[in-house]
Write a protein that binds this ligand. Structure first.
Ligand code: AMP
Length: 408
């Protein structure tokens, strides 16, 4: 199977080749021919499978095929892609830009956290493909800047993530404004009940397409390190002493913990940056760019901020904190080992995480190997959290007592 089998417009075929895509990935092979017929699609596919191009290629092909003035007003808003995060909006837009490079089609990304004016201008310029986060798009719609009367295709990308972050009401309001006669493609990593219900609202007789991730977790070297909670930062420093850890994505449970880790790393002269929900759009873009360009060796992220991150050449993923949802483990470690490269995923495990480890091993159908970190004593695990807290209070109480004794 090759891209030439799809009978793509020569301009699009050229862009696909320039992107270095030689063969369609399984989701592309399954989606592109169906999408070209105009049928709705309900796809279950994760980031890393090539799902972005799986919907962009057919929509661009269809626009090129009808791009004659007699058929359609030039540059009318014909395709809307809704995504959960600004990062994903930028990444999808980047790929769309690359695919339309040899055509006169226009692409714009619309997302929150930046000024409205530039985006208003892009909307007024009559853009062909809009990639938007639902909240910001709604703002523009309420001001009358986005007209969807010519819309032909709606794509909901990472629909499960959009529901996770509470975009369902915004999606519903947007969909109400769209023409009923349209093609709808919905992609989601999981097809849970809420997604199926949304799909029944927005799609008509969709073709169901499911693919496995091309980078299987099995292709990633996974290791668990048992460490006591209070020695996690030390453990991370020790792991980072390995120079082979060139480009490391570290996951932390909270924004506060992410900030703390970066502070420690910087103190130790390790080039590190952080992305999480409290950082401005400019800070996030700058952090991602620094990481991509190799200026930051370590990028610390929370789960939500990390969604949609697609940076090639991440050598290691480190779960400083175990994910709250066992399913997110697979999502996180999939950030390394992309494009057939072998990556490594390290997870710091405290006694409180053991139940979660079991869940993850069940999902992966494999037992994950454990290793020790030189200088970190797993026996310190005997001190579980409540004990450690009791000892801290005892030591503190002793300290408080000293001056009193001295003054006697
Ligand atoms: P996605 O799942 O859309 O986030 O894509 C994951 C990565 O795979 C991106 O870096 C794409 O550029 C890349 N990719 C998508 N399709 C292909 C293909 N047919 N061949 C090689 N790489 C691809």
């Amino acid at each position: 199977m090759s891209f030439s089998n799809f009978g793509l417009d020569a301009r699009l075929q050229k862009s696909v080749a320039l992107l270095g895509f030689e063969q369609p990935t399984p989701i592309q092979a399954a989606t592109i021919p169906v999408a070209l017929t105009g049928q709705d699609i309900l796809g279950s596919a994760e980031t890393g499978t090539g799902k972005t191009a799986a919907y962009l290629i057919p929509v661009i092909q269809k626009m090129l095929a009808q791009n004659t003035p007699a058929q359609v007003a030039p540059h009318s808003l014909r395709v809307l892609v809704l995504v959960p995060t600004r990062e994903l909006a930028l990444q999808v837009a980047e790929q769309a830009q690359a695919l339309v490079k040899h055509t006169d089609l226009r692409v714009a990304a619309i997302y929150g956290g930046v000024g409205m004016v530039n985006q208003e201008q892009q909307l007024k310029r009559r853009t062909d493909i809009i990639i938007a986060t639902p909240g910001r798009l709604q703002d523009h719609m309420s001001r009358g800047y986005a007209s969807f009367k010519d819309l032909q295709v709606l794509v909901l990308d990472e629909a499960d993530r959009m529901l996770d972050v509470g975009f369902l009401p915004a999606i519903r309001r947007i969909v109400r404004e769209l023409p009923r006669e349209r093609q709808t493609m919905l992609f989601s990593a999981t097809l849970v009940a809420e997604i199926l219900s949304l799909a029944s609202e927005v799609t008509r007789k969709p073709a169901r397409i499911a693919v496995e991730k091309t980078v299987t977790p099995q292709a990633i070297e996974q290791t668990l390190f048992t460490v006591p909670e209070h020695q996690k930062t030390e453990a991370l420093h020790k792991l980072l002493a390995d120079n082979e850890m060139e480009s490391v994505l570290v996951f932390a449970r909270t924004k506060h913990r992410a900030d703390k880790i970066v502070k420690h790393l910087k103190k130790a002269n390790i080039r590190a940056d952080v992305i999480h929900g409290n950082r401005s759009q400019n800070q996030r873009v700058a952090a991602l760019e620094a990481f991509r360009a190799g200026k930051a060796r370590v990028l610390v992220a929370t789960d939500i901020a990390a969604r949609g991150i697609d940076v090639e050449g991440i050598s290691h993923v480190v779960n400083y904190d175990m994910p709250m949802q066992a399913e997110d483990y697979v999502h996180r470690i999939g950030r390394t080992g992309r494009a057939q490269a072998v990556g490594s995923a390290y997870t710091l495990v405290t006694p409180l995480d053991e139940a979660q480890v079991k869940k993850i091993e069940r999902i992966l159908s494999q037992k994950l190997p454990r290793r020790r970190i030189e200088g970190i004593d797993p026996n310190a695990l005997a001190l579980n959290q409540p004990d450690a807290e009791a000892i801290r209070r005892y030591v503190e109480a002793q300290r408080q007592r000293k001056p009193a004794m001295a003054s006697r």
